[in-house]
Design a protein around this ligand. Structure first.
Ligand SMILES: *Cc1c(COP(=O)(O)O)cnc(C)c1O
Length: 393
């Protein structure tokens, strides 16, 4: 750029592309555009996700690194990273459904997903049949010619219901119905594609990024054609991930298996201590023998049941609320999968509009407290839980 005026040089800085070596960590390509020497090469880039990078709504190298890493993690054929977990869920549903289609979904759904299904039903004419998630025969009974998707969650919020993914996906085998599994609660612990799922979704906001500093999502596809159909629609919806969020998530992914292993072990330890505590009436954790899906969990989650558990302090609604405010080390807040332990009392926060009957129908007690166990030493967590229980009950 020598010979040009300073303001011209200022907008054309030298861009360094490494030659002779390659970066070991994933570089952050925050730029949204790429340039070409030949018009034909730029034209070709429009054709699909595997062409040259040209505009970051279609593809970006940093986002692609995340997509490839999670494709491998889940054993898929391709992945689409999105701006949030809900971005992944809405992109998958809106890409694969049209008015008149039918979906079968389990009742214990993430709240945002349930709201989206209601909207798809009311405004877009998609019919949804809810099944308990306990009996695959319910899925076979609900099947219709118009059924397009079966929507499941590996482990569901807040009472850790576990769905028998292999038995449920087997119930739609031999049909065109695609099985979608939200695996946010069980990364590495469960690989739903190995159990017959066609699409796996994560809110990468949670365990995959892990440090409470990203909102993101990803959908992994077993079939490259389904990936391509969803990608075609995602670029119109514009739900794609920002490179910086994707970069933080790739960074988090490096420690995710170790974090999840530790969080699962600590959650089991805390769940056992809670179950033995005289002021606790019930503990919900798939790793405990009295959990309703303990046998399913032993098969589906042999290496651990994840870092989320719920329990009921004696004393009803007030006990749950007071416990959530009495903790000192643990933080009262939403979300899960963070390095630091989080507590929430659904009846006074996320589910506050529900009366006792509606809460019971959702499997949530008035006292139910949810814990997302982090990486602190379990003895320190237990001291905090023990003192908060003393105040609450
Ligand atoms: C948090 C969460 C979502 C939504 O993810 P966002 O990143 O908040 O959009 C979806 N499913 C499950 C199971 C979740 O926990």
């Amino acid at each position: 750029m020598t010979g040009h005026h300073p303001q011209t040089r200022a907008v054309h800085p030298p861009v360094t592309v490494p030659a002779g070596s390659r970066p070991l960590s994933v570089p952050l390509y925050q730029g949204h555009l790429f340039s070409f020497d030949a018009a034909d090469d730029l034209a070709a880039a429009f054709h699909g996700p595997d062409e040259a990078f040209f505009y970051a709504r279609m593809a970006n190298p940093t986002v692609r690194s995340l997509e490839r890493a999670v494709t491998e993690l889940e054993g898929g054929a391709g992945a689409l990273a999105t701006a949030s977990g809900m971005g992944a869920i809405s992109t998958v549903l809106m890409s694969l459904l049209r008015g008149g289609d039918h979906v079968i979904a389990q009742t214990t759904l993430y709240g945002g997903t349930f709201a989206l299904f209601q909207d798809l039903a009311e405004r877009w004419g998609v019919e949804v049949t809810y099944v308990s998630g306990d009996d695959p025969a319910e899925v076979r009974d609900a099947l219709r010619p118009a059924t397009r998707l079966l929507y499941l969650e590996t482990v569901a919020n807040p009472t850790t219901h576990v769905t028998d993914v292999p038995a449920f996906s087997a119930a739609v085998q031999g049909t065109d119905v695609l099985t979608v599994v939200d695996n946010t609660f069980a990364p590495v612990l469960c690989k739903p594609i190995d159990h017959g799922a066609d699409i796996v979704i994560h809110s990468t906001t949670k365990y995959l990024s892990g440090h409470g500093d990203v909102i993101g999502g990803i959908a992994v596809f077993a079939d490259p054609d389904v990936y391509r159909r969803v990608w075609d629609h995602a670029i119109d919806l514009g739900s794609v991930a920002d490179p910086f969020g994707a970069w933080l998530t790739v960074r988090g992914l490096a420690t995710m298996p170790l974090r999840v292993e530790r969080q699962s072990a600590s959650a089991l330890d805390i769940a056992r201590r809670l179950a033995a505590h005289p002021s606790v009436t019930r503990v919900h954790y798939p790793g405990l023998p009295d959990h309703p899906q303990h046998e399913v969990a032993r098969r589906l989650l042999p290496d651990g049941s994840g870092g989320v558990l719920a329990f009921e302090p004696a004393g009803g609604r007030d006990a749950g609320r007071v416990f959530s405010e009495a903790v000192r080390l643990i933080s009262l807040g939403p979300s899960l999968g963070n390095v630091a332990t989080l507590v929430m009392h659904p009846a006074s926060t996320s589910h506050r509009q529900m009366d006792a009957a509606a809460l019971a129908a959702a499997g949530i007690g008035a006292a139910t407290v949810r814990l997302s166990v982090g990486l602190e030493h379990p003895d320190d967590l237990w001291s905090d839980i023990d003192q908060a229980l003393a105040k609450a009950t």
